[in-house]
Design a binder for this molecule. Sequence first.
Ligand code: 5AD
Length: 371
Amino acid sequence: MLDYLRKECRDSTGFVVPVPDRMIMQEQYELIDKLLETRELSKEEWIQVLENRNAASADYLFEKARRIREAVYGKDVYIRGLIEISSYCKNNCYYCGIRRDNRKAERYRLTPEDILRCTDEGWRLGFRTFVLQGGEDGYYTDDLLCDLLEKIKSRHPGCAVTLSLGERGEKSFRRLFEAGADRYLLRHETADSNHYAMLHPPEQRLETRKECLFALKRIGYQVGSGFMVGSPGQTTENLAEDLLFLKELNPQMVGIGPFIPHHDTPFGTCPAGSVELTVYLLGLIRLMLPHVLLPATTALGTLDPQGREKGILAGANVVMPNLSPVAVRKKYSLYDNKLCTGEEAAESLSALKERIHRIGYTVVIDRGDYR
Ligand code: 5AD
């Protein structure tokens, strides 16, 4: 074990005594400074910076994270209109409420016409990025999606379209890119293959997930990855691996949010992840990837009414209000109590703007591309 990972040391007479807090604090400041300067830490250093975190190191971290975020993006907060196009999914992720085996999940899928109506409404409200997210649903063929992408782009010239439709073949990713898709979100969920196997059935493989992510980058998408914080079985070492993987992938976007149990899944009685740890990770990711587009996620807002504000004050610069038709919103139930109304809803944008304004930031009408 590395010397500095010890939580205790010996005094001059050989007695074991706790490491003085001041020493731990000194190490925390040094690690945060190192991350700020070199944009990377070793696995052991990631573990240490996570395990010894405290309120004072969080303040120090968040102050640095805000300074970097403001140097790159100023005080702007980008909004994305999230359209949840389908609750059908062929996958069976143990954590997810719309997993294939959840017979109680209410299924729906939006037609291209439904989706176009959402984008029209979104454009009117000031959204310049639309995120089409859904379960892995064979209804959305390449032909259907290419036609839809062309229609969205011609109705709303200058908008950006992000897809978040799970794993597809490289050929499919390429066709969608050529039809106008700008960005793709595909969280890696966990970068440790053993942990991946605890969260997913055997037919889902981390390798495939990673291959998709690297293919998306090769094609030229702005790529987003990310993971859940506090998913069942997750260790600090796993989180260190997630951060090392993100460094390697170097994505333009990173989505992280706390795990929240869904009562009709195998993880229905597992405890939720921590808001405090999620926000700390947001700060660390901002230091590691200064230009990254980093949302304060819905899951963060679901667990804590101040979650989004805390995320932004830790270095996040994106929020993704729900632009799905109100009639289907409750059916896209990834986890219990998922927000879909109030400030989470696209139609309440003015309330969201007001809240962001109160913490010193500004929601802007902009595609919000990676800089
Ligand atoms: N808690 C938190 N996040 C979840 N997701 C799916 N299920 C849950 C859950 N129970 C996240 C996954 C997925 C994204 C669309 O939603 O990380 O990538």
